[in-house]
Design a protein around this ligand. Structure first.
Ligand code: NAI
Length: 307
């Protein structure tokens, strides 16, 4: 199978450097027209410049592709609308949105300035929500769309000094779970990438000899697949780095159904803790409703048995 994006229009946010640039080039190489969004600020989200986005647009044009720049901040709801308008005005439609733009302001939570919590949340969480919100009507119109959110192992698994970033990144999973359900009837698939790659964000934290192993292109391969017609999946979290590609899922243990004819208190929980947390029969749920259904079914079955 050769995945192509001919006739497709993609927006990649934060595409002026690192992973976003690599995603934009991957789409363009395979025929997509690309809106290269980038505010052009520093790693901690200060300043702005058009040169980052312009450079990537020039790279795409030099390889015979089509691209336009957009310099809006993803954290600005009106800017997100302009970004989508840029795609529709320049190329007539919108098929793909990769929410990739991001900043860092690391510090342990006890020492973190609230402004740093807010700035990071605004770019990652509000930014992804605003851009996705702005993109949905254009995708709904064509009954087709592919959206990728960018999470981080920092949020999925935890990392010292990144409470703002980890919380905002874990929120991508919540955003995805809801948009997946709301968008299913429009043929819109939304998935989440958990990348690791050598970029300006990681060049000072990854050991120098590791950097060449973590090529952004490896992550872009997974992003391109998730944004293709070939991908029928929606609601998946895919971890991709250094050639490693894996699915990450939120799982629930089979759980314990406590005897509700007796008092349930903290001591009951303590007595059952090992079974409550035993993941041997774990399962994932497709929606909040599916979890509810499981609980109600099991509870009703128990009540019937004890009647
Ligand atoms: P990067 O710093 O090279 O690229 C981020 C880009 O986003 C920059 O070009 C920046 O100008 C742009 N940007 C920042 N704020 C913006 C805003 N408000 N509006 C528009 N553009 C904005 O970093 P990298 O590594 O390429 O990160 C890409 C994404 O991947 C981020 O969301 C990051 O959190 C995530 N990530 C990266 C990992 C890695 O190993 N590099 C690990 C886990 C997640």
């Amino acid at each position: 199978m050769t995945i192509r994006f001919d006739g497709r229009v993609a927006i990649v946010t934060g595409a002026g450097s690192g992973l976003g640039r690599s995603h934009a080039l991957a789409f363009a190489e395979r025929g997509a027209k690309v809106v290269v969004n980038d505010l052009g600020g520093s790693l901690n989200g200060q300043g702005q410049s058009s040169s980052a986005a312009d450079t990537v647009v020039a790279e795409i044009k030099a390889m015979g592709g089509e691209a336009v720049a957009n310099y809006d901040s993803v954290a600005d709801a009106a800017g997100a609308e302009r970004m989508v308008a840029t795609a529709v005005d320049a190329f007539g439609r919108l098929d793909i949105l990769v929410n990739n733009a991001g900043i860092l302001r690391d510090k342990s939570l006890a020492k973190m300035d609230p402004a740093d919590f807010e700035a990071v949340t605004k770019v990652h969480l509000y930014g992804s929500a605003f851009c996705t919100r702005a993109a949905l009507p254009a995708m709904q119109k064509n009954n087709y769309g592919r959206i990728v959110l960018t999470t981080s192992n920092s949020g999925l698994f935890g990392n010292f000094g990144q409470a703002n970033y980890g919380a905002a990144k874990a929120a991508m999973v919540g955003l995805m779970n809801v948009v997946r359900i709301e968008s299913a009837k429009y043929g819109i698939k939304i998935n989440t990438i958990a990348p690791m790659a050598a970029t300006r964000m990681t060049e000072n934290v990854m050991p120098a000899d590791m950097l060449p192993l973590f090529k952004p292109e490896y992550v872009s391969a997974a992003v391109a697949y998730l944004c293709s017609e070939a991908c029928e999946e929606s609601g998946q979290i895919i971890s991709a780095s250094a050639g490693y590609v894996a699915r990450v899922q939120v799982m629930s243990s089979a759980g314990v159904f406590l005897d509700t004819s007796k008092p349930i208190n903290a001591d009951t929980i303590a007595a059952n803790w090992a079974s409550i947390t035993d993941m041997s029969g774990c399962q994932g749920f497709d929606s909040a409703g599916a979890e509810m259904e499981y609980i109600v079914q099991q509870t009703m079955a128990r009540l019937k048995k004890s009647a």
